[in-house]
Write a protein that binds this ligand. Structure first.
Ligand code: FAD
Length: 458
């Protein structure tokens, strides 16, 4: 069996077209109009830095709580171009981490459920078109270690008192079109979306007292005059209070230094599949992995397959092209493994994003200095967890109290990391371990490689 990286690059029978290294969710939508860039000396009552899910939820709640305040939402890139638009589009109502206590897990679940409820409310009230698809958490096992982990995952749902269906191989094949999985489990609740449509829709429907600036990275935060001054390349913005929701961009502005582990993960998207070809009878779905390093798979409403897979240490905050190339080989292998008839299908787009992980699965949350509020590092379930954290950050600033805010405050804070070279070594080692486990699993699953498939057809 060839190594994970060898399968696609050795494919000299029908060389596959190279994908564009760009986010497919973003590129397949109409181009946005020219951005409003922050320029000159500006003054606002409050500024939210970062327009991902966390910043968008924080801004909306601030605008509701302070309808007379002038609020700036300042984003470094175009809306939806950063992680909140680059992700797999699962609005997870629950997700499990192995090294979390039951109390913390329960608090995280309540927060994710609340984040999903909030997104549901806004999408419905504002009529946001974002391919909203009520779905669930569907996990499938290919065999071997995957089945052991699937059982363990099932136990966690049972222990948490969450409803769970057990799916046979036939049911998995019927729903995903993949004949490879031995069985699966399904928990209803999670919603699938087109994440760029959702982030754009959330921004477009913010209350009128919000001004959005894009392409305006904040380069410094300076205390002064009873508030703060934010600097961008072309502006100085005076504000009374700041809400820092910049995720991986947070430590360069102060809070969270030496606490962030930037780990890139990658995604690739096919062109729309032919309506009379493989998967013709399969509806849109989302499939989550149980094996660390395994693939997240989606068939979108416009019938594109998306493979999210792989990890790479990204100390400078960006995935490298070399990592993206390695990922493409792995993604091609995954595609061929699940859907042999699609082994020769080229991806149209491939991209990476950087997850803001911490050593202890923790988040930064709270008032870090007078008038400087932070919500960051919501990790793998940030679409819902970040939405909850952003909303609660606004409520914390307004002096509100609630059980949910108590849940958020009960989560651990990120612990300090060892020096960079140690982090790099540990993270790369863990990623290599996860890759070996996946390789063992794929090798154990009896399947023809895409190359053999091609030879057979030739
Ligand atoms: C490939 C991939 C798949 C994923 N799949 C999922 C999934 O299915 N479900 C899920 O819940 N999570 C998923 N995630 C994780 C998810 O993307 C994050 O948890 C989520 O985006 C966190 O939202 P956020 O608003 O906290 O941070 P971000 O989305 O990172 O937003 C922070 C924003 O701050 C901006 N910013 C940073 N620095 C500055 C600055 N100096 N000035 C101004 N603005 C700044 C950034 O440009 C960015 O827009 C995935 C991630 C990746 C990479």
């Amino acid at each position: 069996m060839p190594a994970l990286s060898a399968v696609r690059s050795n494919d000299n029978l029908s060389p596959l077209a190279a994908p564009r290294f760009a986010c497919g969710w973003y590129e397949t939508l109409p181009k946005p109009t020219a951005p409003r860039v922050a320029e000159g000396d500006l003054s606002f009552d409050m500024a939210v830095v970062g327009a991902g899910f966390t910043g968008l939820a924080c801004t909306r709640r601030l605008a509701e709580l302070y309808p007379d305040a002038r609020i700036a939402l300042i984003e470094a890139e175009r809306l939806g171009a950063a992680n909140s638009g680059r992700n797999s589009g699962f609005l997870l109502d629950i997700s499990f981490y192995e090294d979390t206590t039951p109390a913390i897990q329960a608090a995280k679940t309540r927060l994710q459920e609340a984040g999903l409820c909030e997104l549901d409310r806004v999408v419905r009230e504002q009529g946001i078109a974002c391919d909203w698809q009520p779905w669930g958490n569907l996990y499938g096992a290919l065999g071997g270690e995957d089945e052991v982990l699937l059982d363990r995952m099932g136990e966690r749902y049972r222990d948490a008192g969450k409803p769970l269906e057990r799916w046979s191989a036939e049911r998995m094949a019927e729903v995903t079109g993949s004949p490879r999985m031995r069985r699966g489990i399904f928990h209803p609740g999670t919603v699938l979306v087109q994440p760029v449509k959702l982030t754009r829709g959330l921004a477009a429907t913010l209350p009128a007292n919000v001004t959005l600036f894009e392409d305006s990275p904040v380069t410094a935060i300076v205390p002064g005059d009873g508030g703060y001054r934010l600097r961008t390349a072309r502006s100085r913005i005076a504000v009374e209070r700041i809400f820092l929701c910049a995720n991986g961009g947070t430590p360069t502005l102060g809070p969270g230094k030496h606490r962030l582990l930037p780990v890139a993960t990658f995604a690739a998207m096919t062109p729309p599949l032919a309506s009379d070809g493989p998967l013709a009878d399969t509806g849109p779905f989302g499939l989550l992995p149980v094996l660390p390093g395994g693939a997240t798979l989606r068939l979108t409403q416009d019938r594109r397959l998306i493979v999210r897979q792989g990890a790479a240490f990204a100390p400078n905050g960006h995935p490298s092209d070399a990592d993206l190339h390695r990922f493409l080989d792995e993604a091609g292998r995954t595609l061929a493994l699940h859907w042999p008839a699609l082994a020769q299908t080229a991806f149209e787009y491939a991209w990476g994003g950087v997850m803001s992980l911490t050593r202890n699965n923790a988040q930064l949350f709270g008032e870090q200095a007078p008038g400087l509020f932070v919500a960051a590092f919501c990790n793998g379930a940030g679409n819902t967890a970040g939405t909850a954290a952003g909303k609660l950050l606004a409520e914390l600033a307004a002096g509100e109290e609630s059980d949910l805010l108590a849940d958020q405050m009960s989560l651990p804070s990120p612990t300090r990391l060892p020096p960079d070279f140690v982090n790099g070594f540990v993270v790369r080692h863990r990623i290599a371990q996860a890759k070996r486990r996946l390789e063992r699993l794929y090798t154990a699953v009896d399947h023809p490689s895409p190359i053999q498939d091609g030879r057979r057809q030739a």
